[in-house]
Write a protein that binds this ligand. Structure first.
Ligand SMILES: C[S@@+](CC[C@H](N)C(=O)[O-])C[C@H]1O[C@@H](n2cnc3c(N)ncnc32)[C@H](O)[C@@H]1O
Length: 285
């Protein structure tokens, strides 16, 4: 692949297409692979347990190679006969052992899931979002992009923790916090609260009941909500950046990237899904 097919969807196997892509050519990878044999996708996809993990590790390694920033995948295992397959954590363990840098996985918390979780267990409300990088600080992030303005202004009731805790600037009333200098002395600094609070790592999204963002999403067997993609794109893809989804399905990631002015690239093994995502992007434009 000489030039990156920007704003295009490639029909092919992610494991083959990724190998052809230039190193550090995209800014964010976001997607969700088939979850073991949960759905066969009309192509008899049956990898499960360690075989599924062994399939995913080289794909994620390639994603880390082609991506300058964050590589994030929403994943889930299977529960059968009262046992969870644990594949998300097995995958994280194998990626860690393979030398890939992991960031703590946020939870994709889905509101509106009617499933029961089984006769003796709890309803499954969240899925892991496995996050990997090349190591070090992310080249670009806006970790308060999805945050809310702080609830409380600095100030409020006087703190009595004056010995080791906080004091106030006598003139402005701004809270001071203490920082130890190299010399060991304590230095007091003004506390400037951020404009928006960090939203945290539990991403609560409405799903089902017309909340996925587009009716076309339901033509894929396992779409995720536009809301979860918006979170990652606004937080981890720079405004002029490119987001890649190697399992693009109905094109949720691509449509959201388009919506928020990012460039994008999709890969899906099925022609039906490539056509579906083209329709989805058209709808978005
Ligand atoms: C969980 S779905 C993705 C759904 C997508 N996030 C959405 O919102 O519509 C997984 C997709 O991976 C595709 N797929 C399965 N194996 C693949 C492979 N080896 N390479 C690329 N795509 C594959 C399937 O066709 C399916 O559309």
């Amino acid at each position: 692949m000489k030039d990156l097919p920007v704003n295009q969807i490639v029909c092919g196997r992610a494991e083959d297409v990724l190998k052809e892509m230039p190193t550090s050519s995209v800014d964010l990878v976001f997607g969700s692979p088939p979850y073991e044999d949960a759905r066969l996708y009309n192509m008899d996809f049956k990898l499960k347990g360690q075989a599924w993990v062994d399939w995913m590790v080289p794909i994620i390694k390639e994603c880390v190679r082609v991506c300058k920033g964050l590589v994030a995948f929403v994943v889930e295992g299977r529960t059968r006969q009262f046992q969870w397959s644990a594949t998300p954590v097995l995958l994280m363990a194998d990626l860690h052992r393979a030398g890939i840098t992991l960031r703590k996985p946020p939870a994709y918390h889905r509101i509106g899931i009617p499933g029961s979780g089984g006769p003796d267990w709890l309803r499954n409300d969240y899925e892991f979002i496995i996050c990997c990088t090349n190591g070090g600080k992310l080249p670009w992030s806006d970790n308060t992009a999805m945050g809310q303005p702080c609830k409380y202004e600095p100030g409020g009731a006087m703190s009595y923790r004056t010995q080791d805790g906080y004091r106030r600037n006598k003139r402005t009333g701004v809270r001071l916090h203490r920082k130890r200098r190299c010399s060991g002395e304590m230095e007091e600094q003004a506390y400037n609260p951020p404009k928006k609070a960090n939203p945290g790592n539990i991403l609560t999204c409405k799903v089902g009941g017309g909340n996925m963002g587009s009716k076309l999403a339901h033509e894929n067997e396992a779409p995720f909500a536009e809301q979860v993609v918006e979170f990652f794109i606004k937080s981890f893809c720079p405004p002029d950046g490119i987001t890649l989804d190697p399992f693009s399905g109905s094109g949720t990631t691509l449509a959201v990237a388009e919506k928020f002015g990012r460039r994008w690239m999709g890969i899906d093994i099925r022609e039906s899904q490539v056509e579906l995502s083209k329709k989805r992007i058209k709808e978005q434009k």
